[in-house]
Design a protein around this ligand. Structure first.
Ligand code: 9D3
Length: 262
């Protein structure tokens, strides 16, 4: 997969892209990231990328010309791949969106700065807009890295176990069960006996129940969409969960769990 990134701060991306799984994916040719500095497409002496907003008010707005020039130079005119703008107003970036993007041969990401960019970029260049969540960052660079990271680990061959991404908690629709490693006792805190029992059926059941319990306690909104077996439902019922009718719902209208001990 090829990802072209358009940014005013390409140097922000390099250290992270050169680490661990992303570095290996790049070395192996599974991921081909190209970083472009939008400022390189300015034509004035001061390399101006922003200007005051029409209509007044504070802040600065990214000028359209260098962004159009950069993207069209690299992707053609019209661009021959999706052009995705990272913006707080975008549609939510989820694991499902990551899967969809991972199936594309090429995408372009625009990371904005300042109060935003000229609306004509959105209207006539951008094909999709993504947000990574409801909090305010100083720019689109970290969101672009988040997208690259989440998408790359889904590319065929990137992870050792080809089924690993399918087992991810968000692909399963539930939060993960607890994990333990040696030592069996640390500061007097023991690893749950079941995990050392060697009884794989019992271990699988325990993990499933922990996963269901955690999801119910922390993210009850996820349960409405998760694929649940009759056994799952029976276990959840013992925790106080009741099957709800499912409107096209959001996190805020899911029923909260009782506060509980572990
Ligand atoms: C002053 C009004 N702000 C809107 C909330 C303007 C504004 C703030 C911060 C415009 C851009 C930004 C920088 N953020 C991003 O570019 C961004 C972002 C984010 O801040 N949160 C979650 N996802 C994203 S994707 C891009």
């Amino acid at each position: 997969m090829r990802i072209d990134v358009f940014t005013l701060f390409p140097e922000v991306f390099e250290p992270y892209l050169n680490l661990s799984i992303l570095a290996r994916a790049r070395e192996r040719g599974l991921l081909d990231v190209h970083l472009y500095n939008i400022r390189d497409w300015t034509t004035d002496k001061h390399r101006t990328v922003d200007d005051e907003p029409y209509g007044g008010g504070g802040g600065m707005v990214m000028k359209p010309e260098p962004i159009f020039a950069a993207v069209e130079d690299v992707l053609g005119r019209p661009p021959r791949a999706p052009v995705i703008l990272m913006t707080p107003q975008g549609r939510p970036f989820t694991q499902e969106v990551a899967w969809q993007l991972s199936r594309l041969p090429r995408i372009a990401l625009i990371a904005g700065r300042y109060e935003g960019l000229d609306e004509r970029v959105r209207e006539h260049l951008v094909t999709d807009e993504l947000s990574i969540g409801d909090y305010v960052l100083t720019g689109g660079e970290l969101p672009a890295l988040v997208v690259i990271d989440a998408v790359t680990r889904l590319l065929p061959g990137v992870l050792g176990d080809p089924d690993a991404p399918l087992k991810d908690s968000f692909s399963q629709g539930l939060l993960e069960h607890p994990h333990y490693t040696r030592p069996a006792v640390f500061r007097g805190w023991s690893v749950p006996e079941v995990l050392r029992s060697g009884d794989h059926a019992r271990i699988a059941r325990w993990r499933r129940e922990q996963s269901l319990r955690r999801t119910w306690e922390r993210r009850p909104d996820l349960l409405a969409r998760a694929p649940l077996t009759p056994e799952d439902r029976a276990y959840l019922a013992t925790l106080g969960w009741r099957e709800r009718s499912k409107p096209a719902s959001s996190a805020s209208d899911a029923e909260a769990p009782e506060s509980s001990t572990n």
